[in-house]
Design a protein around this ligand. Structure first.
Ligand code: GLA
Length: 390
């Protein structure tokens, strides 16, 4: 759905529900990640970018303390008083927002009642961070409407905290950061230890990024996301014990991980080995991108997939199939699963103009193998969470 249509139908629904037009519209984007997977919580670097798929929020402040939030796409609503204590809710979507409200309340911000309708063009469970977009969109809207003076970094951190405390997923900072800090045609190289960041031109010249959605939905709660976090924590604890110079995975080498292989045990060894290699791959990928060496970038993406699938074990048969299937495509330079994994999308670096033929061939193969319809997305790299101005 186009941005225009999304805004239009969200505003119209607001007007229908509250009998007046919304005061303000906010847009909060989903994200892709070029490379650097599962290392935002491992002191790594990541290379995400915001995309032209959004959560749209139609917002009005009220004079009373009553709040109504309507999730248009889910045909669901929640009503509450802003002075009430916010506690985790039985409807999961509410928790993304209550988690944010809770963070604002802890910081003792003065809030008033409000009405919101939100709707999204970011597919849910596709690894495009629809949840981070909701969290950041809300934080941004409340920050703007109630003049809270939060920085972009604080809003991203509030979104992440919301996920930890109310949703129960111990995520890293990448998704919220990308949603808030996104810039048109720029990838963000984020240092996940310091949160220092640089923008790099996401100009792939004769290539483009194509997403292939497996249509296998993940939820990180039931997937192994938190388990992975636990495994790498055990790994780094042991590495630090043996090598006093190691403070985080950032200063860990492959040789160190190899030296501790038997002590780490095969599973944790594989997890740590992936992390160390992936941290290096992001640095190499940024260099390759800057040098317009897209062959190299594609190779690095494919290596990442191999690691995610075999060592970190967060892929699934359907995504492995999609990545394998494009190996025979001459115009594909690299492919890998993207995001948390266990379903969602693959991201492919492909020659411009060849997208439709690839989509057609891979869709057919995929349908034959799994009986599932592939959903392709041709995305544009866009700006981060913002107030929409006509
Ligand atoms: C999810 C999390 C992120 C990140 C990715 C994997 O999207 O929310 O913090 O860990 O998985 O790179």
């Amino acid at each position: 759905m186009s941005k225009k249509k999304l805004i239009q139908h969200t505003s119209e629904h607001f007007e229908k529900m509250f009998q007046h037009p919304p005061q303000t519209i906010f847009l909060s984007p989903g994200r892709i990640n070029i490379i650097g997977e599962h290392i935002d919580y491992n002191d790594g670097f990541v290379l995400p970018a915001a995309i032209n798929k959004y959560v749209c929020l139609a917002f009005s402040v009220k004079e009373t303390s009553e709040c109504t939030i309507i999730a248009k796409d889910l045909n669901s609503e929640v009503k509450f008083d802003i002075h009430e204590n916010v506690v985790p809710h039985k409807k999961m979507w509410v928790n993304y927002i209550f988690g944010v409200l809770h963070q604002l309340k802890i910081r003792q911000f003065p809030l008033k009642g409000f009405n919101v309708v939100f709707s999204s063009s970011i597919p849910i469970g596709a690894g495009l961070s629809s949840s981070a977009a909701v969290e950041c969109g809300f934080a941004y809207a409340l920050n703007t409407m109630f003049d809270l003076g939060l920085s972009k970094k604080e809003m991203a951190l509030i979104g992440q905290k919301s996920e930890h405390t109310f949703v129960g997923v111990n995520c890293g900072i990448m998704d919220q950061f990308a949603s808030v800090f996104g810039k048109k045609n720029k990838a963000i190289k984020l240092d996940c230890t310091t949160l220092a960041y640089e923008y790099h031109n996401a100009d792939f010249k004769k290539y483009s990024l194509l997403l292939l959605d497996s249509n296998v939905k993940h939820t990180h709660l039931t997937s192994g996301y938190n388990v992975r976090r636990h495994e790498v924590e055990q790994g780094i604890t042991l590495l630090k014990k043996h090598f006093t110079e190691v403070k985080t995975f950032r200063n860990c080498t492959e040789a160190m991980v190899d030296a501790l292989r038997s002590e780490l045990g095969e599973t944790i060894y594989k997890r740590c080995h992936f992390v160390v290699k992936e941290i290096q791959r992001v640095q190499d990928a940024v260099q390759a991108m800057e040098a317009s060496d897209f062959k190299k970038l594609g190779t690095l993406m494919s290596e990442t997939h191999e690691g995610l699938s075999k060592e970190y074990e967060v892929s699934c048969d359907e995504i492995d199939f999609l990545v394998d299937a494009v190996q025979n495509e001459k115009t594909v330079l690299g492919a890998r699963m993207m995001g948390g994994g266990f379903g969602g999308c693959s991201i492919n670096l492909v020659e411009k103009g060849s997208e439709d033929a690839i989509i057609e061939r891979i869709s057919k193969l995929y349908r034959n193998q799994f009986g599932i319809e592939l959903k392709p997305y041709k995305i544009k790299i866009s700006k981060g969470t913002s107030r929409y101005k006509k």
